[in-house]
Design a protein around this ligand. Structure first.
Ligand SMILES: CC(C)(COP(=O)(O)OP(=O)(O)OC[C@H]1O[C@@H](n2cnc3c(N)ncnc32)[C@H](O)[C@@H]1OP(=O)(O)O)[C@@H](O)C(=O)NCCC(=O)NCCS
Length: 169
């Protein structure tokens, strides 16, 4: 029988499973990713925010994980950083990535957050409404390709009120 897939908020107990999936998909260079640097600013480097989600089978095999970090931009709160999103290769292209992203967008809106930011592929994230940010408007504490900085307004017009460097604090 096929096991059922459940999507749920991630908990600190899920960190080893999520880290193992990141290792498998991204390899050992993953700590250089800027999303990890932003989380390091929070203290432990391994924090799970209330918005992190995962999809797992009912026998607890991890299928997809989406890390989310609440951030400030230029000292202003109300924004959230998406990433990394990782789907186990054998489950890619089956809608798990799309489902998790859709769920966190809804949750962030419901919580009153204003802006979601990520570094990623516009052809993938454009389908959720993410758009490129004008280069130089929003900057990261690590090296990122400015062409890949995308933002989604969770509240209409929010992008205009955020500029400056992203911080995990
Ligand atoms: C990229 C990734 C997150 C997508 O998740 P997924 O569950 O496989 O994708 P979904 O099933 O939600 O969506 C599939 C669709 O996205 C498209 N797609 C997948 N990756 C894409 C990319 N990088 N750019 C553009 N489109 C992409 C597929 O072609 C497919 O298109 P279709 O719906 O028109 O057929 C996943 O494949 C993955 O983990 N890849 C390796 C890690 C990675 O690159 N993560 C992103 C950086 S944070």
């Amino acid at each position: 029988m096929l096991s059922k897939v459940l999507s749920r908020p991630a908990t600190p107990e899920d960190i080893p499973l999520i880290s193992a999936l990141h290792d498998r998909v991204f390899g050992p260079g993953r700590f250089a990713r800027t999303a990890y640097r932003v989380r390091e600013q929070k203290g432990t480097g391994a924090e799970i925010s209330r918005f992190c989600r995962l999809a797992a089978s009912d026998d607890n095999r991890l299928i997809a994980a989406l890390r989310m970090s609440e951030i400030s931009i230029g000292g202003k709160k109300g924004a959230i950083l998406l990433g990394p999103l990782v789907v186990a290769p054998e489950y890619a292209g089956q809608g798990y990535g799309r489902a998790l992203v859709t769920e966190v967008i809804e949750a962030a809106k419901a919580a009153g957050l204003k802006l979601m930011v990520l570094v990623g592929d516009e052809p993938y994230y454009g389908r959720f409404g993410f758009k490129p940010v004008a280069p130089g408007t929003i900057t990261f504490p690590g090296p990122v390709n400015p062409q890949r900085i995308l933002a989604l307004e969770l509240e209409s017009g929010a992008l205009a009120s955020f500029s400056g460097q992203i911080s995990g604090r």
